[in-house]
Ligand binder design. Sequence first.
Ligand code: SF4
Length: 203
Amino acid sequence: MMFKVQTINRHRMKVDGEGVTTLVGLYGCPLQCKYCINETVLKEAPYKEYTPDALLQVVMQDYCYFVATNGGVTFGGGESLLHSEVIQEFIRILPEHVSVNLETSLNVKQDAVIPLLEPVHQFIIDIKSMNGSIYEAYTKLPNQRVLENLQYIAEHNYQHKCRIRVPRIPEFNDEADIENSVSVLRNLGFENIDVFSYIIKED
Ligand code: SF4
């Protein structure tokens, strides 16, 4: 099993997880968001392959920072959960006291999510919109899997591991839609919810 890695950014402070983190950007995403922040993941862009052992060697350079700050490794992308099996393998060889966080849209099969609910420290979930029509207009995919995964997480009491990001998406949603998304999420027991605005790149 190999990771397809596009970027590795070390020494990040409280931006994608607790403490000092190393962000590992993985290749590929099932969505086609209109304002994609990382369009290279949608194209046949170059990536480098790493075995779990090889990636461990890279991230362990910062072991002392991780232990001192409760930090660790954050897998992003793209869609990190497209790489669920190799992440599971990586976690098996990771020393104690190094946490793993995942950035995800949750628009993946439940099989990719369930095995990681226990070992992952935090899921940073960009929900887009809880309204199926808005979601599909923006991403070109239905949000059925997202809803099923949120439901599963809620039924198994893992909400405390989730930080859910609800974006303001120009031309796609409005304040009423954001309020609705937040309300549906709160009813599922999610409390750590950030509302934020997408920053659109000028062409
Ligand atoms: S989920 Fe992220 S990487 Fe995937 S298309 Fe949307 S913005 Fe781009």
